[in-house]
Design a binder for this molecule. Structure first.
Ligand code: IPE
Ligand code: IPE
Ligand code: MG
Length: 235
């Protein structure tokens, strides 16, 4: 594949865990466990094929609406995942960042999050963004509040506000926008993921549930991306 047709930044909306479990007569958390195993595999695979930025949507600001047992099971899985990551996964050259308001999680999970960021911060390979309690609208509100502080303190004139000023306060500050966003599970919607950053991203919706997602499915999405003609408003 030519380098120019290979995305620098890939986003994935991990979706379909619940339906995968239901199809098998299992409780929804069983689907999340299966999904977590796929997450690990796809992270490693993405890094091995040279993706530079991978952003995975793992828990949205709206996912708190789910039954308390399901949210509890997800939090338990996030802890397990980060414990495992700290044990073996960080031997790989991957830098982990978290997007979202992680202060809403229990303290032990918050500690694991900071530890993971800390021990991986000097890695030079793929950047793995894990979107956890992430919502793009909340992210934009946060950026606007921080900008308003700058205006209030006299550092910035309202008329001088530019796109770059907003970008600098997004969780993805300093990173390139996603080129490709993949949504498994067949749903044709964004569900509050990277609204600002995805202005010109290519969307690929796939009719496969996340726990069934294989490296070859990522290959397929990359081939589909390579066939797209991105114009960014030009001709
Ligand atoms: C994605 O799978 C995982 C999270 C949103 C945390 P879902 O749990 O949304 O699975 P479906 O969409 O109900 O099948
Ligand atoms: C989006 O999936 C959020 C994550 C994958 C973390 P949802 O399953 O929550 O989205 P909707 O409810 O189908 O829009
Ligand atoms: Mg879903």
């Amino acid at each position: 594949m030519e380098k120019s047709s290979f995305p620098l930044h890939v986003g994935i909306i991990m979706d379909g865990n619940g339906r995968w479990a239901k199809k098998r007569g299992l409780p929804r958390p069983a689907g999340h466990s299966a999904g977590a195993a796929v997450f690990k595999k796809i992270v490693r695979y993405s890094s091995s094929i040279g993706i530079r930025y991978l952003t995975i949507y793992a828990f949205s600001t709206e996912n708190w609406k789910r039954p308390v047992e399901e949210v509890g099971a997800l939090i338990k899985l996030f802890k397990q995942y980060l414990q495992d990551a700290l044990r073996d996964f960080l031997n790989e050259n991957i830098k982990v960042c978290f997007l979202g308001d992680t202060s809403a999680f229990p303290q032990d999970l918050q500690n694991l999050i900071s530890e993971t960021e800390e021990v991986s911060k000097n890695k030079t390979g793929m950047v793995l963004n894990i979107a956890l309690n992430y919502g793009s609208r909340a992210e934009i509100v946060r950026a606007v509040r921080l900008l308003a502080q700058e205006v209030k303190s006299g550092k910035l004139e309202p008329d001088a506000i530019e796109e770059a000023d907003i970008e600098k306060y997004l969780y993805t500050s300093g990173q390139p926008d996603p080129d490709l966003i993949i949504r498994p599970s067949g749903e044709n919607r964004i569900s509050n993921f990277l609204l600002w950053q995805s202005a010109y991203s290519e969307y690929v919706v796939m009719d496969i549930l996340w726990p069934d997602f294989k490296p070859k499915d990522l290959d397929w999405a990359l081939e589909e991306y390579a066939r797209r003609n991105r114009r960014f408003g030009g001709v």
